[in-house]
Design a protein around this ligand. Structure first.
Ligand code: UDP
Ligand code: MG
Length: 335
């Protein structure tokens, strides 16, 4: 057998691509008024890192000029990529689309309205370089938000961290940095009902908390209203814990016990003292009370059955309509 010579085969060219240091994911819905300033401030913050980064805009079905605007954004040092969803799927789905597409060694989630100041990015990256795999940004102050919103948000965070079987840090929203490893884990979580505060906290890993003052919106209005927030809270509770089901069972057990004790008392009183059974109002009250508890328990059960129904359909979380990308033109020679 003749020996095979490999000399004649062309050596494959290995192209060494530098992975972006950070991917900043910015989901937006109708934010044409703020996007230009947002892009400028994010770029300025990334420039201080002196490495290639990626800015990933996710258009969550905007009806204004937002898409035309972002698809023209570019930067000589950083890759700018814009994904457009086919309709409004919600911020949670938009962030999930961003995390699937992100190519950086770590990922930062940022709101387009500049309530999460991009100037904190270098500090977050430093904490990550010092070993934290998740850098959570805890709100110290919430400028530009009403007393009612601040209080309800605070109560909700406190309630959720008590309900959850694993720690969800209070007053930490979506603004955070995550290592690629953490993002890969989150990308494998298949649920359709995406309560992000719970999902992002689920993988664990080493954490650092940094404090920041949340600014007021630069322009435009919040996309949330109270019915939407109540829906989000219900979704959060029922998609992350089965404790309400246990509460329904406990309420049932307690009322049955009370009813049983009362039955014994009434029965004894009638037999021993011959008391006539009195009290139309108390009967009505008890019937209404039990009816309320029963309806509430059925409602709780219905919430979980509804979640099962949605999950069983296995529909995609979002549909991508367009994908525009501009590569950096300048090569960093450093590490
Ligand atoms: N957003 C989105 N899809 C939605 C709602 C909001 O992508 O369905 C974006 C919005 O454009 C902004 C961020 O999510 O960049 C936060 O939204 P908003 O400021 O309305 O929420 P708030 O800060 O009041 O909680
Ligand atoms: Mg906002």
């Amino acid at each position: 057998m003749s020996a095979i010579s490999y000399r004649h085969y062309a050596q494959p060219k290995i192209e060494v691509k530098k992975q972006a240091l950070v991917t900043v994911i910015i989901p937006f819905l109708n934010e044409a008024d703020v996007l230009a300033v947002c892009h400028q401030r994010v770029c300025e913050a990334l420039n201080t890192l002196h490495q290639h980064c990626e800015i990933l805009y996710i258009d969550d079905g905007s009806q204004d000029d937002s898409w035309t605007l972002v698809s023209q954004f570019q930067h000589p040092l950083h890759q700018v990529r814009c994904l457009r969803l086919s309709r409004n799927f919600g911020k949670e789905a938009a962030m999930s689309a961003g995390m699937k597409a992100a190519s950086g060694r770590c990922v930062i989630l940022l709101d387009a309205d500049l309530q999460d100041p991009p100037e904190y990015i270098p500090e977050m990256v430093k904490a990550w370089q010092n070993g934290a795999q998740v850098v959570e940004m805890q709100r110290r102050e919430r400028h530009g938000e009403s007393w009612l919103k601040r209080t309800t948000a605070h109560c909700f965070y406190r309630f959720m961290s008590q309900m959850s079987d694993y720690p969800i840090t209070e007053n930490v929203g979506d603004f955070r940095l995550m290592d690629q490893k953490v993002v890969n884990v989150i990308n494998t979580l298949p649920e359709r009902t995406r309560f992000m505060k719970g999902l992002l906290a689920w993988p664990g890993f080493t954490r650092t908390i940094l404090s920041f003052d949340r600014d007021a919106r630069l322009a435009g209005n919040t996309k949330w209203n109270y019915p939407k927030l109540i829906h989000l809270a219900l979704e959060g509770i029922t998609s992350f814990s089965t404790k309400p089901l246990r509460w329904a069972t406990t309420a049932g057990a307690i009322t049955s016990f009370i009813a049983f004790t009362m039955a014994i008392v009434i029965f004894t009183k009638t037999l021993v003292w011959g008391d006539p059974v009195a009290g139309y109002p108390s009967t009505i009250l008890i019937v209404l009370f039990l009816g309320g508890i029963q309806l509430l328990s059925i409602g709780v059960l219905g919430e979980y059955v509804g979640r099962l129904f949605i999950e069983s359909k296995q529909r995609p979380l979002y549909v991508l309509m367009e994908d525009a990308m501009t590569k950096p033109t300048f090569q960093y020679s450093g590490p």
